[in-house]
Design a protein around this ligand. Structure first.
Ligand SMILES: [Zn+2]
Length: 116
């Protein structure tokens, strides 16, 4: 199954509902992602607004697309926590950023997502 812009929108809407995030204002773009990255998120949690960028060249497998949507939606929620925690961590903030990445990646790989 080819992953198109329409596929991304349908899957994204599905996961926004499943993860109780459908009230967020989401903008989706398909440029500005490094060639080695699947997707990125830039969020403004205070306004529940985010821009998700997808690299369709790397996201041609629907299973991978779904996992990366989950991954970015988790970052969307955790980003504000990590930003604040980084203030307290000072020079050790690299550890916090790596921990957020680890947690997000662990959840992205939960078998639960394959049951949906
Ligand atoms: Zn990540």
């Amino acid at each position: 199954m080819e992953v198109t812009i329409e596929t991304v929108r349908v899957e994204l809407d599905k996961y926004l509902k499943l993860m109780n995030l459908a009230h967020w204002e989401i903008t989706v773009v398909y440029e500005g992602v490094d060639k080695d990255n699947f997707a990125t998120v830039d969020s403004l949690p205070a306004y529940m607004r985010a821009e998700l960028a997808f690299n369709l060249d790397l996201l041609q497998d629907i299973t991978v697309l779904r996992k990366k949507i989950v991954h970015e939606l988790l970052h969307m929620q955790l980003g504000q926590y990590t930003d604040v925690a980084n203030i307290f961590a000072g020079a050790k903030k690299k550890i916090l950023n790596e921990l957020e990445e680890r947690i997000v990646t662990e959840i992205e790989r939960w078998p639960l997502w394959e049951k949906i």
